[in-house]
Design a protein around this ligand. Structure first.
Ligand SMILES: Cc1ncc(COP(=O)(O)O)c(C=O)c1O
Length: 369
């Protein structure tokens, strides 16, 4: 064997690629450095209850949803793992919000972006993806999003980002100004700085996993509740401890509720789950607008409904404290859905009894049995 044959050296560290990578990571980090934190708003409750309800307003991120945090983390993870390459597309399976944020980051670093989404995704979100230079690829059956994304990646030589697998691990759950650390920082001067409950809905499950892990890591007593919409298997899978749980139809509450137990949905970290009717989510989000003057998406209503039920239990027990939930994205993306009475009628959704439940509760402190 010659000396040359003894040394086997495969060098993939092309200097031009490393220079591109460095610049791409700098651009993503610089975007974070230019961004301000999101507000923690108060939802007014009767003073006599001694309970404070907060909404972490994630709709104020540059791309309008809590997915801005996730997209940043996924891009850094994909870049640093060598998965995202110059000139090659990033592909994502999404119900829309993640794709809007990822299209923004793809444009920032100059790679093409393709969103694979259910055909029922709101047109406003599709327009935003295209506004940020991405393209939309629709599937009729939401359960086919994953396969279709993997196929597109194989055909184009691109990278399938796969938020449903990587959301929980791409985010730094120990801190680094993740959503949980930010909430606790912002509660520091409040009368109840350690919330009794944090309520987070689940699409990938990444947000609830990050919040729950941070709470445990910091040794807080806060409990984590994940409310789940209709047509999602998360509630059944969590209740029955069944990782094979599935559902036949897609969720009507965009962004949350999944037909399969997603890898990022970390069941062991969740203290409680609640099944919330879609009509209740929509009633709650409309009450939110009348109460604080802001329109939000359907998943915000799912979280708010659940948070108000928890507040009602605290009132009944005479317990004081604070509860936190999230404004996940803005309502102007859903004017022809959750804010359209025609859409509600076409879906056979009657929000009247749920609206009465919330309004009566806010007046009397009693939640119907
Ligand atoms: C509007 C909206 N709300 C809530 C969520 C839930 O977030 P997560 O994916 O972290 O579970 C999503 C996720 O797609 C979303 O798009």
């Amino acid at each position: 064997m010659t000396e040359q044959q003894q040394t086997i050296d495969v060098n993939r560290g092309d200097p031009a690629y490393r220079a591109w990578l460095k610049e791409a990571v700098r651009k993503v980090q610089a975007d974070a450095n230019r961004s301000a934190d999101t507000h923690l708003l108060l939802f007014p409750l009767p003073e006599r209850w001694g309970i404070d309800l907060y909404l972490k307003d994630e709709s104020t991120h540059p791309t309008g949803s809590l997915k801005h945090r996730l997209a940043r983390s996924l891009f850094l993870y994909g870049l640093c793992n060598g998965w995202i390459r110059p000139g090659k597309p990033v592909i994502e399976a999404s119900s829309g919000s993640t794709a809007v944020s990822e299209a923004y980051f793809a444009k920032l670093i100059g790679v093409p972006f393709i969103a694979v989404m259910p055909r029922t995704t709101s047109p406003a979100k599709c327009r935003l993806i295209e506004f940020h230079g991405g393209s939309c690829h629709f599937v009729d059956d939401p359960r086919r999003m994953y396969e279709e994304s993997a196929t597109l990646a194989a055909e184009t030589g691109g990278h399938y980002m796969d938020q449903f697998t990587y959301a929980e691990r791409a985010t730094d759950w120990r801190g680094n100004n993740n959503i949980a650390e930010s909430i606790y920082q912002q509660l520091r001067l409040e009368r109840y700085p350690e919330p009794a409950w944090i309520v987070a809905t689940a699409g990938t499950g990444g947000t609830s996993a990050t919040v729950a892990r941070y709470v445990r890591y910091m040794q807080y007593d806060t409990m984590i509740c994940v409310p789940d919409p209709e047509n999602s298997c998360f509630f059944d899978g969590w209740t029955r401890r069944d990782p094979q749980a599935c559902s036949e139809r897609g969720s009507r509450i965009e962004g949350i509720g999944r037909p399969r137990m997603e890898p990022s949905f970390v069941t062991g970290a969740i203290d409680r789950m609640m099944k919330v009717p879609d009509a209740a989510s929509i009633a709650a989000v409309r009450v939110l607008e009348r109460t604080i003057g802001r329109k939000a998406g359907g998943s915000t209503g799912t979280g708010l409904w659940s948070a108000l039920r928890i507040v009602s239990e605290m009132v009944a027990e005479g317990r004081k404290g604070s509860v936190v939930t999230l404004i996940c994205d803005p309502g102007d993306r859903y004017l022809d859905k959750y804010y359209s009475d025609d859409w509600l009628a076409a879906q056979g959704i009657d929000i009247t009894p749920y609206t009465a439940t919330v309004e009566d509760f806010l007046r009397t402190g009693r939640w119907p049995a």
